[in-house]
Ligand binder design. Structure first.
Ligand code: CUA
Length: 332
C-alpha cells in the first residue's frame, strides 16, 4: 500500500511541476493566488495517493478466487473510521477556506494613500484615466510603474465586461452603474494583455488592450509626455497651424492607441491599419470615418468599437487638420 501511495505521489508531483500550468507571475497578487493553488494541489495529491493506494491494495488483497460464488461477509459501520473520514476532510476544507480568504484579503490590501486608475469599459474597448493626468483625459492603454500598489476602479458604459490580466491573476467584472475594484502591485516590467472575459457582444473576442509596466523613472517620463501631448493639442496653434500629429498620437484624439500609422510611428492593433485602409481614399472618406465610424466598416472589424463622438470631442479645425494629415501620411 505504501509503495502504491509513494509511486502515485511521485507521478502526480511530476505532472504538477514539470508542466508549466500557469503563466509567469508578474504581481505580488499573483504570487498569493499561486500559493493558494499550490496548497490545494498538494492536498489533492496527498488525498489522491491515499485513495489510489487503498483501492489498489483492496483489489489485490480481497479479490475473490475464480470458484468463489459466495456473498461477501456483511460489514457493519465502523464508528472510529467514520470519525476519521469526517474529521480529516473537515479540517482540510476549513484550512483551505481560512488560508485562501487570508491570501485574498492580503491581495486587496492597499496603502492608505494609493493611486487610483479609473478603468472604463464599453463595447469593445478599454480606456484608462490616471490620477496624474486628471479624469477628463482617457487613454487606450494601462501604464503602471513597477512596485507600486495601484487600485483599479472599474465601471462599464453599456453591458457587463470583465477585466483580466493573466500574469497578475486579477480578474473583476466591470458593471454599468456601479464601481468595482481590484488591486495590483506589478513586480515585473513588460507588456501584458488585458482580456475581456465576459461575453459582451460581437466584438468580445477582440476586446483586448495592453498593460505596460515601466520603471518608476520611465513612468514619470511617460506621464510628462502625456501632459505635453495634451498641451500641444489644447493649444493647437503652433504658428497658426493645428498639430495634427499631436492630436493623433496624444490623448486628445488617441487614434494611435488603436491604429497603426507609419508616419506617426503608432502600432495600435485594435482598429484597422490606417496605412492600408486609407490607401487611395479621398479626404471625404477620411472625414466620414472619423466623425461617423460606423458608416463603413473595414472587413474583419466590428462596428461600435471606435468612439462616435469625435465631432464633439475635437474642433472642426482639429478634424480638418487630422484629415489632411492622414491623407498626406498614407500617400507617402
Ligand atoms: Cu467586453 Cu467581452
Amino acid at each position: 500500500m505504501g509503495l502504491v501511495a509513494a509511486v502515485t505521489t511521485v507521478v502526480l508531483a511530476v505532472v504538477a511541476t514539470a508542466i508549466k500550468w500557469l503563466p509567469d507571475s508578474a504581481a505580488t497578487q499573483a504570487d498569493r493566488i499561486d500559493r493558494v493553488y499550490w496548497a490545494v494541489t498538494i492536498i489533492c495529491v496527498g488525498i489522491f495517493a491515499v485513495v489510489a493506494a487503498v483501492s489498489v491494495y483492496a483489489v489485490w488483497k480481497f479479490r475473490a478466487p475464480p470458484d468463489d460464488w459466495e456473498d461477501g461477509s456483511p460489514i457493519h459501520g465502523h464508528a472510529g473510521l467514520e470519525k476519521v473520514w469526517t474529521a480529516i476532510p473537515l479540517a482540510l476544507v476549513i484550512f483551505i477556506s481560512v488560508y485562501s480568504s487570508y491570501e485574498l484579503s492580503k491581495a486587496e490590501d492597499v496603502p492608505l494613500d494609493h493611486p487610483v486608475v479609473h478603468v472604463t469599459s464599453q463595447q469593445f474597448a478599454w480606456s484608462f484615466s490616471y490620477p496624474e493626468l486628471g479624469d477628463d483625459m482617457s487613454l487606450g492603454e494601462l501604464v503602471l510603474p513597477i512596485g507600486e500598489t495601484v487600485e483599479l476602479d472599474l465601471t462599464a458604459k453599456d453591458v457587463i465586461h470583465s477585466f483580466w490580466v493573466r500574469e497578475w491573476r486579477v480578474k473583476q467584472d466591470a458593471v454599468p452603474g456601479i464601481h468595482t475594484h481590484i488591486v495590483v502591485t506589478p513586480t515585473k516590467t513588460g507588456t501584458y494583455e488585458i482580456i475581456c472575459t465576459e461575453l459582451c457582444g460581437l466584438g468580445h473576442a477582440a476586446m483586448r488592450s495592453q498593460a505596460r509596466v515601466l520603471s518608476a523613472s520611465e513612468y514619470r517620463k511617460w506621464i510628462e509626455q502625456q501632459k505635453q501631448g495634451a498641451q500641444a493639442a489644447a493649444m493647437p496653434s503652433t504658428g497658426g497651424k493645428v498639430d495634427a500629429e499631436a492630436i493623433f498620437t496624444g490623448s486628445t484624439g488617441g487614434c494611435g492607441n488603436c491604429h497603426t500609422l507609419a508616419e506617426a510611428g503608432t502600432k495600435g492593433a485594435v482598429g484597422p491599419d490606417l496605412d492600408k485602409v486609407l490607401q487611395g481614399k479621398s479626404a471625404d472618406f477620411v472625414h466620414e470615418s472619423i466623425v461617423d465610424p460606423n458608416a463603413e466598416i473595414a472587413p474583419g472589424y466590428q462596428p461600435n468599437v471606435m468612439p462616435q463622438d469625435f465631432e464633439q470631442k475635437l474642433s472642426s479645425a482639429q478634424i480638418d487638420a487630422l484629415v489632411a494629415y492622414l491623407v498626406k501620411a498614407v500617400k507617402k
